[in-house]
Design a protein around this ligand. Structure first.
Ligand code: HEC
Length: 116
């Protein structure tokens, strides 16, 4: 019985923390589109944290290109940030976006990060 329960937990933890999909140019393109319709008001059109709505926020939105991320920059960490947000800040959770769209934004962000 114990083994059975452990098996169930093992399988369900797999579906909760599914491995990140492989990045591809198509996925990054899709991420850019989803980013543009959800995130630019604060993070700006090119991710520099200079969106018009962001100017009134404290803390201000992250410059996604240059700033370090306090919740981590591994794909699964950024995915978690997008899903849950950062409590007490203007950064809300975006769990209502489809999982695929959230992964797409993750790879879009990684594609613009640290570009000069
Ligand atoms: C209403 C304004 C607003 C919108 C819209 C917004 N964000 Fe943010 N975001 C913020 C703020 C403010 C912070 C900084 C929070 C802090 O300093 O703790 C932030 C931080 C972040 C970070 C950095 C997290 C870290 O670990 O430091 C990421 C990544 C991010 N946002 C992604 C997104 C994505 C992707 C979208 C669109 C789906 C989005 N944000 C939409 C305000 C916004």
């Amino acid at each position: 019985m114990k083994k059975f329960i452990a098996g169930i937990l093992f399988i369900s933890s797999f579906s909760l923390f599914a491995a990140p999909p492989v990045s591809s140019p198509d996925l990054i393109k899709k991420g850019e589109i989803v980013y543009k319709s959800n995130c630019i008001a604060c993070h700006g059109p090119t991710g520099l944290g200079d969106g018009p709505l962001g100017k009134v926020l404290k803390p201000s939105p992250r410059n996604l290109v240059k700033d370090p991320f306090k919740q981590g920059t591994k794909p699964e960490e950024i995915f978690r940030t997008i899903t849950k947000g950062i409590s007490g800040t203007g950064m809300a959770g975006y769990a209502h976006l489809s999982e695929k769209d959230r992964w797409a934004i993750v790879y879009f962000i990684l594609s613009i990060k640290n570009k000069k």
